[in-house]
Design a protein around this ligand. Structure first.
Ligand code: URA
Length: 250
């Protein structure tokens, strides 16, 4: 990507004056699962913190195991497992390139997404697109999904039973896609995927490992939050560069 083009994308993120540093050299050690003490020891040498808390144990088979993309899409569209099925306009399955190396995971559809049937199409989606383009990833090149496939009324936080019922759909999407990296936007999605309540500020800038196949997972701010708090866009940009480095090492 030319520097002029990158400047344009950074401007779209609201980061006009940023100097883009290249990812550091190829000599750094690979990302690895680690115990807390190893993670501590790695920090100065690699620049990556490897989160010990998120190293997943191999899980039991979930409800959606074995379904292919088409079957899964149909099952989501027909789902009535929680009360959100009564208030949705339509389900929002996910969108993108089925060969994508990057999976972006958000929280739940909002009003625009509920209308369009596609994740991240509203203002937050426009910012997400700009954030991705700033690291050289057009939206068409990634896969985008949410932890919930239906809009919670008035965009309230998902309730535990809604998340529990919906989560196997995302688990199956992850198994089918086999992403090289997951970029998780926002506290709620991060908490659901990492099964933690640690604050977002402590989850970012670390490599978490998701699931039995230990997919590198990086957390950053939700674009809707960044629209309300533009001063944190700088930190989001650091997270995006961090994710790009993690992916480049994979
Ligand atoms: N916010 C999300 O988390 N997901 C969407 O699809 C839209 C807004």
């Amino acid at each position: 990507m030319t520097s002029a083009l990158r400047r344009e994308y950074l401007a779209a993120m609201g980061l006009e004056s940023w100097v883009v540093r290249q990812p550091s050299g190829a000599g750094a050690p690979p990302i690895m699962a680690a115990t807390a003490s190893v993670a501590q020891a790695l920090r100065p040498a690699t620049g990556f913190e490897v989160a010990a808390d998120a190293v997943a144990k191999p899980g039991a088979l979930h409800r959606e195991a074995g379904f292919d993309w088409a079957q899964l899409r149909e099952r989501v569209a027909a789902c009535t497992r929680c009360g959100l099925s009564a208030t949705r306009t339509q389900t929002v399955f996910g969108v993108g390139n089925l060969q994508a190396q990057w999976l972006i995971v958000g929280e739940a559809p909002g009003a625009d997404e509920d209308r369009a049937g596609e994740p991240f199409v509203g203002r937050a989606g426009q910012l997400l697109n700009a954030m991705l383009r700033a690291i050289g990833l057009p939206r068409e090149q990634v896969y985008i999904a949410n932890t919930l496939k239906c809009r919670p009324p008035q965009n309230r936080d998902p309730q535990p039973n809604e998340t529990a019922e919906c989560f196997p759909f995302l688990e199956r999407q992850i198994e089918l896609l086999k992403p090289k990296i997951m970029l998780v936007v926002g506290r709620i999605a991060a908490h659901n995927l990492l099964r933690t309540e640690v604050s977002l500020s402590r989850l970012r800038q670390q490599v978490h490992l998701f699931g039995a196949s230990r997919i590198p997972l990086v957390v950053t701010y939700h674009p809707a939050y960044l629209l309300r708090t533009p001063s944190d866009k700088r930190k989001a940009w650091e997270d995006l560069k961090f994710a790009r480095e993690v992916s480049a090492r994979g």
